[in-house]
Write a protein of this length. Structure first.
Length: 627
């Protein structure tokens, strides 16, 4: 730009320099002529040398005039150019006339030549002034134009710079927005694949990884499903912040445990975690599981509380998956699930390795869960009766009703389906069925034979979390017409009985109906004593485990004696269960027991068989005494 400006300037300069040179050279041409005239004047004549110089000077003038003519063609701007030409031509005409006269009339013309030279000199000075003045003006104009151009260029530059800054700003804003969007996307991705509380991979992420690990030839994948025991109690007792602390703590334990083996720990939801490892051997895996269980069981300090949970683990390896079913995420997870389920049922805080038998068991349980509700309606649930015998008289005074399931024509014992029925909740229907059916049958029998046989039914502790139980019992009594005092409800203390206050209320209500309450399986765990004191009961049934070794173990005898003593102090009836031999009968009687139930007097049998036997007892010939 600067270059363009100076270029412009120099073009004008060159043109003006030409004008000026023409002007100055013309002056010197005129002066040369005047000088020759002066020399001739001094000499008093024209010497031949001076004549030659005069002619040469006239030639120069001629050339100069020609130059001015050329300049004039392109240069109408300088007003005095025309005057200069006119004066120079007049001077040249005089000079030519002098030469033409062979300088003979020089004396006459020299004055006129001098005057014409003066006039030409004057007009040339004016010309030069004008050219200089014009040059200044043009230069000023040019500089102004150049300045204008420069200003324009500067403004353009500033605008361009501003545009640059603005676009930079926009670009940066765009980049920031893109960065923020990318960060947001990354956060969403993280949330989509990670659990926000523990930061562990979530179920979706875990399944992806498991799928990828299984999707290679000969994978060696071990899957551990880890479930916390007692987590709900932490939440309920200490609040959710405490629960969260436990979950985070467990996450750290799992991560630390799997890191050396390059494994992955994930949180599947709630208090369920999973671990993926590429370890083909079972024994180091079992050690790892034991370590995890042990570490999770250690108490955790939270604020001023010490929190403690246990963990159950189900372990499945790809090699466990039967040939014939596909080795995929679903099947391996289901296998580990079976194993976890087994750990939980086996009393929690342990690890179970999946095996096929386990799966078969599970499938059998599932089938039962599906079939049981229908079994009641289809008349395939029935009850057996086992006699309760008065030790003093040896006669049956009542029965315990024990459920049986006739499944595909085969009798299934309760131990094979009660726990499943409890888990699925169908136990409520089963117990109600036995209660109603047994009450009806016994009431009917008593009515027909003038007897007052009693009946005991078992109630799962699951009922004691439901306030509707009282109506169930009342309805059965009303429908059967059985006097309430002939009905005994047997209950077993279990860990599942969560709310003892509510259970206590329900028990009192049953009591108020006039029915009796019996505490079943007493002595299976001696902890029952405390519970005995706080519960309104009419009877306790001493568990078979106390009777089993009574012939050989002094401890068992001592325990039975102590329990009978407590029962007497609390004025409770006592039924000793599981008596199988005459010797057991003798010892139990010796300890002061009054009622007995066991194979020695009769196994559970179909109701009609049991009642027929009881009827026979009432005919003196067939009476069987408890000797
Ligand atoms: P339980 O209430 O302790 O019932 C007594 C169990 O001991 C019965 O087993 C009975 O056959 C068995 N038994 C009685 N005397 C002897 C003996 O001398 N020796 C031996 N070895 N066993 C004896 P069963 O009928 O198989 O019932 C098992 C358990 O199933 C019952 O134990 C009870 O807890 C539960 N159950 C049975 N029927 C029902 C029911 O209708 N509802 C509920 N919720 N549970 C039931
Ligand atoms: Ca019982
Ligand atoms: Ca029992």
């Amino acid at each position: 730009m600067q270059g363009t400006a100076s270029q412009l300037k120099s073009t004008y300069q060159t043109f003006n320099d030409l004008r000026l040179r023409n002007g100055y050279v013309a002056i010197s041409d005129v002066q040369r002529l005047v000088l020759i005239l002066q020399k001739a004047g001094v000499a008093g004549e024209m010497t031949p040398e001076l004549e030659g110089k005069f002619e040469a000077a006239a030639d120069f003038l001629f050339v100069r005039i020609n130059n001015f003519h050329r300049v004039l063609e392109n240069d109408s701007n300088v007003d005095t150019t025309g005057e200069v030409i006119a004066e120079l031509e007049e001077l040249l005409d005089l000079a030519d006339a002098t030469i033409a006269s062979d300088f003979s009339e020089l004396k006459d013309t020299s004055t006129m030549l001098g005057l014409a030279a003066q006039a030409a000199g004057r007009v040339l000075v004016a010309y030069l002034d004008e050219v200089r003045h014009m040059q200044d003006e043009q230069l000023a104009q040019q500089s102004a134009a150049v300045d204008k151009q420069l200003t324009f260029l500067r403004v353009t530059l500033i605008v361009l710079m501003l545009l640059g800054v603005v676009s930079l700003f926009l670009l940066r804003r765009d980049r920031d927005a893109r960065q923020a969007q990318e960060e947001a996307e990354a956060r969403v991705r993280h949330l989509a694949f990670n659990d926000p509380l523990t930061g562990l991979p979530n179920r979706v992420h875990f399944q992806d990884r498991l799928g990828a690990m299984l999707d290679v030839p000969d994978p060696s994948v071990a899957l551990l499903l880890v479930d916390l025991d007692g987590f709900k109690a932490i939440n309920d007792t200490y609040g959710h912040a405490a629960g969260d602390a436990v979950l985070r703590h467990v996450a750290v334990i799992l991560q630390d445990a799997v890191r050396p083996h390059g494994g992955i720990a994930a949180r599947l939801g709630g208090d369920e975690f999973a671990v993926l490892l590429q370890m083909p051997d079972e024994s180091p895996l079992k050690c790892l599981c034991a370590d995890i269980i042990e570490m999770i069981a250690r108490p955790l300090q939270f604020e001023r509380e010490m929190l403690q949970v246990n963990a159950s683990i189900g372990l499945a390896m790809d090699a466990d998956i039967r040939s014939g079913i596909s080795l995929d995420t679903d099947n391996l997870t289901r296998a580990a699930d079976f194993a976890l389920y087994a750990s939980k049922s086996a009393g929690k805080g342990q690890c179970t390795v999946y095996d096929e038998v386990l799966e078969q068991q599970f499938l059998r349980r599932q089938a039962m869960v599906n079939e049981m509700p229908r079994a009641i309606n289809d008349g395939n649930m029935e009850f057996y009766l086992q006699p309760k015998v008065n030790l003093a008289t040896g006669s049956t005074y009542g029965f315990e009703a024990l459920v049986r399931w006739r499944r595909n024509g085969v009798i299934v014992p309760p131990e094979d389906f009660i726990s499943t029925a409890e888990e699925s909740g169908v136990i409520m229907d089963i117990d109600r069925f036995v209660l109603c059916a047994a009450s009806r049958v016994i009431a009917q029998f008593n009515k027909e034979h003038g007897t007052d046989l009693s009946v005991s039914v078992n109630f799962s502790t699951v009922h004691f979390n439901s306030p509707k139980l009282i109506n169930v019992v009342n309805d059965a009594l009303v429908a059967s017409g059985l006097p309430p005092e002939l009905l005994t409800i047997e209950i077993t203390e279990t860990v599942e009985m969560q709310d003892w206050t509510q259970a206590g209320d329900i028990i009192s209500e049953i009591h108020q109906l006039g029915a009796r309450i019996s505490i079943d399986d007493f002595g299976a765990g001696f902890s029952s004593l405390a519970y005995l004191r706080t519960t309104v009961a009419d009877e306790i049934k001493i568990d078979r485990s106390l009777v089993e070794e009574i012939e050989t173990s002094d401890t068992s005898r001592f325990l039975l004696d102590a329990v009978l003593d407590i029962a007497r102090n609390l004025e409770l009836d006592v039924v000793v269960e599981g008596v199988e031999t005459q010797r057991q009968v003798d010892i139990v009687r010796g300890l002061g027991a009054t009622s007995i139930q066991g194979f020695f007097y009769g196994e559970p049998v179909p109701a009609n068989v049991a009642l027929a036997r009881a009827l026979a007892e009432h005919t003196p010939t067939e009476h069987r005494s408890a000797s």
